[in-house]
Design a protein around this ligand. Structure first.
Ligand code: SF4
Ligand code: SF4
Ligand code: SF4
Length: 322
């Protein structure tokens, strides 16, 4: 039984049925079911490793930003595959031209949507940028997590195990791409959600759902070494169209999602990062921080208790109870 199931059962057992239903409202369309996807993918990962299956080459996705038309079909497909809250596909496609537009502000992934497409402008022309976990080769989220709730898999995907997560959110602070989302609506056991790189699909020989649905041929999926080769071939075959930079080849030690573009990546919201992985936050250090938080909380709680008791005593004294 995982932590969430245990708490749900405990709340139900203690008669707090309404509270437990709200906190774990898995059927409501407004709540993300992201951790269903994250948990399922982690279980598949464990099964594969138990069977001793090993991969020789990890996979990657190449995103060609010069081709994206901002149709948002990839957002729809991601929600659909991962059973996140969704709308009809037609509604997504119409969003681009609606006023006010979904592109009026820059969005980031949320607990209920693992990928978002944003719009930027270069020479007065729109450039659409799909954003999701970059599946770093040396992930800062994994380095920051002191309960080992993240795992860079041999297949290239970085997976997250909700059953281990204690909700400290160090991973959110550590991620250089501002990707991870948090279930802020869940008052009892809020957890992280993220893109799984469709690990469940790629281990069955399929391509990620967002890659499959894109009719503008923006994304290519394959072994990372071939994807990097393809990226340079594409740039070299059309040097007028692209800048000579494959984003993610080297940034923070490399990523499994890579981008090519006609405009500078910095203008398109990509952080400028060097080749070194984000310095590993020592787990010992993080453990110490956690212990210090608890130690610091004790006098704080005692202080609050003391002030409440003193106030009550003053009121009692004023009422002549003593
Ligand atoms: S990546 Fe493809 S599916 Fe997604 S918005 Fe761009 S064109 Fe549409
Ligand atoms: S992009 Fe962020 S969440 Fe994704 S693997 Fe890298 S550090 Fe982790
Ligand atoms: S790879 Fe899968 S989980 Fe990630 S954005 Fe695409 S569809 Fe969503």
């Amino acid at each position: 039984m995982n932590r969430r199931d245990f708490l749900k059962k405990a709340l139900t057992f203690t008669g707090l049925t309404l509270m437990s239903n709200k906190a774990f409202a898995t059927d409501s369309s407004i709540y993300s079911k992201g951790n269903v996807a994250n948990r399922r993918n982690w279980e598949i990962y464990e099964e594969i490793r138990k069977k001793g299956i090993s991969r020789k080459e990890s996979y990657a996705v190449l995103v060609d930003l010069t081709k994206c038309i901002g149709c948002l079909r990839c957002e729809w497909a991601c929600n659909e595959w991962n059973k996140n809250p969704n709308k009809p596909l037609k509604d997504f496609e119409e969003l681009r031209d609606k006023k006010p537009s979904v592109f009026d502000k820059i969005r980031r992934p949320t607990a209920g949507s693992f990928t978002v497409v944003n719009r930027f402008y270069e020479n007065n022309l729109p450039v659409y940028v799909k954003k999701q976990c970059m599946h770093c080769i040396d992930p800062a989220c994994q380095a920051a997590c002191f309960v080992d709730a993240f795992k860079k898999t041999e297949e290239g995907a970085v997976l997250y195990n909700p059953s281990l997560c204690v909700g400290c959110r160090y991973c959110m602070i550590a991620c250089p791409f501002d990707i991870l989302a948090y279930e802020y609506y869940d008052p009892i056991t809020p957890q992280i959600t993220k893109c799984t790189m469709c690990f469940d699909r790629i281990t069955e020989g399929k391509i990620p759902a967002c890659v499959e649905i894109c009719s503008a041929d923006v994304m290519k999926f394959g072994p990372r070494s071939e994807i990097i080769k393809l990226a340079y071939e594409t740039i070299n075959n059309n040097p007028q169209r692209y800048i000579h930079h494959v984003y993610g080849e080297h940034e923070v030690g490399g990523t499994s999602w890579l981008y090519i573009s006609g405009a500078s990546f910095e203008k398109l919201g990509f952080p400028k990062l060097d080749k070194n992985p984000i310095p590993k936050l020592s787990k010992d250090f993080l453990f110490t921080v956690k212990v210090l938080e608890i130690v610091a909380a004790v006098p704080l709680l005692w202080g609050v208790y003391y002030m409440i008791s003193r106030r009550k005593k003053n009121i009692d004294e004023r009422n002549g109870k003593e």
